[in-house]
Design a protein around this ligand. Structure first.
Ligand code: ZN
Length: 134
């Protein structure tokens, strides 16, 4: 399924059907109204998708809250990104307490010193951040 082609076709089909239904009503104003309703119906899958992404993001944010409790997922300062063969490692810093973290795979680790990290949080089997036990 190729959504980048199916969605525009769906959208324009909704607008066209809405305009036709509105036109069947008689005046030019009702054609515009029908097209406007078609736009709303055509965009509704995006609204549902945005709500779904919002719920998933609330359930499991990209990054856990900092140890200081001040910096939330999207508030970290991005420092660097390392890409190996199939692994991506991201380094972040807390704006408030200046702690540095390394994120890779499903782990979020506190930086103690150069090349020394302590496990902080890990994504559980339920998809939420929880304290790392190792
Ligand atoms: Zn902090």
């Amino acid at each position: 399924m190729n959504l980048d082609k199916i969605f525009p076709a769906f959208f324009f089909l909704c607008v066209g059907i809405g305009a036709l239904i509105g036109h069947a009503g008689g005046s030019a104003l009702s054609t515009a109204n029908g097209a406007a309703i078609g736009v709303a119906v055509g965009l509704s899958p995006l609204l549902v998708l945005a709500l779904f992404v919002g719920v998933i993001t609330l359930w499991c944010p990209e990054r856990p809250t900092c140890m200081c409790g001040e910096t939330k997922s999207s508030d970290y300062h991005f420092i660097s990104h390392l890409s190996r063969i199939s692994e991506h490692v991201y380094v972040y810093r807390c704006h408030y307490c200046r702690r540095m973290y390394r994120q890779h795979e499903n782990r979020f680790e506190l930086r103690l010193a150069e090349h020394e990290f302590q496990p902080y949080m890990v994504i559980s089997k339920w998809g939420r951040w929880g304290r790392s036990t190792h």
